[in-house]
Design a protein around this ligand. Structure first.
Ligand code: ABC
Ligand code: CA
Length: 481
């Protein structure tokens, strides 16, 4: 799909091994600390598309699908899919070729997009005859790059400020070095360009999430993305907007990591800095090639501690979760967040979802549902919603007013236990004079002042997501009771 076709979408990210079992059972245990395959499959995803779609998502990002090393390593098994050994075969732990095709067909039937996670930067092998010497890696096990010369000479990245090291040294560590593909070599480049074109075609992929994008020279990417012929979002793990912005020029989209850092910090406690978050968003919008519209905004992913490992204050959690949904970006929700999962660092943030029984009565499931629905209603009501940048209408120590007409989001980080009220002063002309305004999170109505301003005051730190009643009445599925 084209970048424009991705605007307005909403992505649910799964770790394929941890989302759903093929037989729909929910009692099988999954010990995250063992770092082993727990049994999730593509069929499992297919069988639970209702769960995903009913929350309002119309895209799913799945783990890398190619065959990985089978070995047990110092960091366990390759259940996450990032340790490719044969890029022309599928990872049969996740199912068969037919299962993958079935998933894509089922998604397309529902109008949903598949985002495939891919890795170009490295492949993985193990040392010969159980040796622990990384110099003796058995490259012959790798397909199709089975010679040592297909990789950069071994070196560990020690200085992340040295871009040549970042691109040409190896990530991972001595216990499990990830063999860094020589992406300066013309033949290798051609092979990868063909590979991506084929895999996108073969499985009808709608978009790509490109792993470790900053670890390959920038001028590798334009041809690669063109060859893929579909929208791509690069993973550039950095807190520096300028650094990350450079990749929007060569890939198109990026995961908005630079805003994730201040987002997490802003809602960690009442001391969090909301204006740093707003500043970062403005900076990103100015520096990224397409504003923030083709970036992915997220609060959690499989590499970072879940937000609820930092705070379980539900007011802070609901505020933090709201940001990606009222931002210019394409929102991404990491599976399990809606069930209130609390895992901290990798591997603890990769809990199995099935023990939750895919419970749709959880408060955060409803929160997500309301946010997706409000965003869709706003997109339907305003044809420039996905091209007109967000703005900040008001800001105070603990409050922020975000505007994406006709949506207005009121954020606060005072938290649940605070006795202090939060007040937001929404300026004149934001709403039509005297119109009815609904907070879609609790369906309570308010009335704008004759000049279109609105003064909102709440206790308990909950965010408010406002839509004019006229927009809501057309949306069908919000606050209809
Ligand atoms: C395994 C174990 C871990 C262990 C690690 C050494 O090995 O599970 O417990 O710590 C996959 C698996 C992982 C596995 C790795 C390595 O492979 O999922 O479980 O870890 O074997 C992507 C994926 C990620 C994936 C890979 C590898 C890459 O999303 O799931 O991991 O295919 C770097 C890369 C980034 C990568 C990340 C894991 O490592 O750039 O693409 N993610 C600094 C650097 C970053 C660096 C980060 C972590 O450290 O700048 O480039 O990310 O090493 C901020 C700074 C940042 C700084 C952060 C930490 O702090 O501004 O620059 O990032 O303040
Ligand atoms: Ca590299």
């Amino acid at each position: 799909a084209t970048p424009d076709e991705w605007r307005g979408r909403s992505i649910y990210q799964v770790v394929t091994d941890r989302f759903a079992l093929a037989d729909n059972s929910t009692s099988q245990p999954c010990d995250v600390s063992a770092r082993k395959y727990c049994g999730g499959t593509w069929k499992g995803i297919t069988n639970h598309l209702d769960y995903i779609q009913n929350m309002g998502f119309d895209a799913v990002w799945i783990s890398p699908v190619v065959e990985n090393i089978e070995n047990e390593t110092a960091y366990g098994e390759a259940y996450h899919g990032y340790w490719a050994q044969d890029i022309y075969s599928l990872n049969n732990h996740f199912g068969s070729k037919d299962d993958l095709n079935e998933l894509v067909t089922a998604m397309h039937f529902r109008g949903m997009y598949l985002m495939l996670d891919i890795v170009v930067n490295h492949l993985v092998s193990v040392p010969k005859n159980g040796s622990t010497d990384i110099q003796t890696l058995d490259f012959s096990l790798i397909q199709p790059f089975s010679n040592a010369s297909d990789y950069h000479p071994y070196c560990e990245i020690t200085d992340y400020n040295n871009q040549t090291d970042v691109e040409q040294c190896w990530i991972g560590d001595k216990k499990l070095p990830l063999a860094d593909l020589n992406t300066e070599d013309k033949d290798i480049v051609n092979t990868m360009n063909e590979w991506v074109k084929d895999i996108v075609k073969k499985y009808n992929v709608d978009g790509l999430r490109i792993d470790t994008a900053k670890h390959i020279r920038k001028d590798f990417w334009p041809e690669f993305v063109a060859s893929a012929g579909t929208f791509a979002m690069g993973e550039v793990l950095s807190d520096n907007t300028t650094y990350t912005a450079a990749y929007t020029e060569v890939i198109g989209g990026v995961l908005d990591y630079p805003t994730w850092f201040p987002l997490t910090a802003a809602f960690t406690s009442p001391k969090g800095n909301l204006s740093a978050l707003a500043t970062s968003a403005v900076q990103a919008r100015k520096q990224y090639k397409n504003g923030a519209f083709l970036t992915g905004a997220f609060l959690e992913n499989h590499d970072q501690p879940r937000f609820q490992s930092i705070t379980q204050d539900q007011a802070l959690v609901k505020n933090a979760m709201m940001w990606p949904f009222v931002h210019d970006s394409i929102p991404i929700l990491y599976y399990g967040q809606e069930q209130g999962y609390t895992g901290n660092n990798d591997p603890n943030n990769r809990e199995a979802l099935w023990p939750s029984n895919f419970d749709t009565s959880k408060p955060l499931v409803n929160h997500v549902k309301a946010m997706n629905a409000a965003r869709k209603a706003a997109i339907a009501a305003n044809s420039s919603y996905t091209t007109a940048p967000m703005s900040f209408l008001a800001q105070s120590d603990n409050g922020l007013v975000v505007s994406k007409p006709p949506l207005v989001a009121l954020l606060t980080n005072v938290g649940n236990s605070s006795t202090a009220a939060t007040t937001w002063d929404i300026p004149a002309s934001t709403f039509k004079g005297s119109e009815t305004v609904v907070n879609v999170l609790d369906c309570k109505t308010m009335t704008a002042a004759p000049d279109g301003s609105l003064h909102v005051r709440v206790q308990g730190g909950m965010p408010q997501l406002l839509l004019p009643g006229s927009v809501l009445s057309k949306s069908g599925n919000l606050c209809t009771k």
